[in-house]
Write a protein that binds this ligand. Structure first.
Ligand code: CP3
Length: 322
């Protein structure tokens, strides 16, 4: 939950020297250096690959860029079946060899002291960028397609599902010990539509990965997921990551004992006093109870968060004894 290494001065310095996001995320040395920045300072229990959920798109013949101040931009948004045809299935070793190399180096650097985490975007969330042309507020383009030409959307989702299953396996084979799937925008769908346009593809990815990599833990995150929690667990993932709008005790109760939970301190809490941060961490851990829980924020750290408060979060977390 660090999408925004942007709160770190050391990351901002690198951005000045290398202004292109694509370069920062596609050059092995930079990927390794940026991935290690929070670990060097805060010593968390996990190191997250520096990349983006959109990184595979070029390899699927969907050119994009991430532009400062504007966010992701897809140059030729998908609108018709004729636009879906040229979308290629992803072959990670050919298209993003720098991801595999970076993961291998990261594993050596952290020497099994902590876990190395990879991640991918879920089919519906990737499709939302590719159809809307970038970030969206009201998701009208993807909904127009879903509700007037569902076959076109399904054809695209199928390509993403096959490709992301391959990508997860590639990341695991390269050194990732846990992989998180981001279905950030799944909650734009009604539960009924989630069952048609997201759930089957998430299930397909999870079952494909579990066949070849049965011991690789998979985490699933969706923003604002309170309305979908039980359905997220139906995907078969090992861990459901809760955003902060769900009470951790309610989340635990609704998901049951077999699913581990991750989260879910409001990233905004890191703007509070140290005492306040401490209290919220303890509340979250207490509410998660005795079952498996990865203590984390409920979404990415916000720009402007004081680094000393982030350090405090880790100090408090590491002092907790079960
Ligand atoms: O934690 C890490 O540093 C790992 C890297 C990471 C990034 N993006 C780097 C990044 C991760 C895990 C992501 C995930 C991601 N990317 C998601 C899912 C998480 C979520 O927020 O729900 C989504 C939806 C994206 C797509 C994306 N990438 C957006 C919407 C933006 C623009 C944000 C903005 O306000 O400009 C990005 C750019 C991006 N990806 C940044 C970072 C550090 C910020 C831009 C930059 O540093 O130049």
């Amino acid at each position: 939950m660090r999408q925004a290494g942007r709160y770190m001065k050391s990351y901002q310095d690198i951005c000045e020297r290398y202004p292109s996001f694509r370069e920062r995320s596609e050059n092995v040395d930079l990927v390794v250096e940026i991935s290690l920045q929070p670990w060097n300072v805060f010593k968390p229990d996990g190191v997250i690959l520096f990349s983006d959920i959109l990184t595979p798109l070029t390899g699927m013949n969907i050119p994009f860029d991430i532009v400062k101040g504007k966010g992701p931009i897809i140059f030729n948004p998908v609108q018709t079946i004729a636009d879906v045809d040229p979308v290629r299935e992803f072959t990670p070793e050919d298209s993003v060899p720098y991801v595999g190399e970076a993961l291998k180096i990261l594993r050596k650097e952290v020497d099994n002291e902590v876990a190395v985490l990879g991640f991918v975007g879920a089919p519906f969330t990737l499709a939302s960028y590719v159809i809307e042309g970038g970030s969206s507020k009201n998701f009208t383009k993807i909904k127009r397609l879903a509700f007037s030409q569902p076959k076109v959307l399904h054809a695209l989702l199928e390509k993403f599902a096959t490709s992301m299953a391959k990508y997860i396996k590639y990341q695991a084979d390269s050194g990732a010990q846990v992989v998180q799937i981001f279905d950030s925008w799944a909650t734009e769908l009604s539960p009924e539509d989630f069952e048609e346009f997201s759930l089957p593809y998430l299930k397909q990815i999870v079952s494909s990965v579990k066949q070849s990599h049965p011991n690789l833990p998979l985490i699933l995150y969706a923003s604002g997921s309170g309305g979908l929690l039980e359905r997220l667990a139906l995907t078969g993932v090992d861990v459901v990551s809760l955003d902060w709008t769900v009470d951790m005790a309610d989340g635990r109760r609704r998901l049951g004992a077999d699913v581990a939970v991750q989260g879910n301190v409001d990233p905004g809490v890191l703007f509070g006093s140290k005492e306040f941060i401490t209290k919220r961490i303890h509340d979250t851990v207490r509410k998660a109870g005795k079952g498996k829980h990865i203590l984390n924020l409920g979404h990415g750290i916000k720009v402007g968060t004081p680094e000393e408060n982030v350090a405090h979060f880790f100090e408090v977390a590491k002092d907790i004894r079960y």
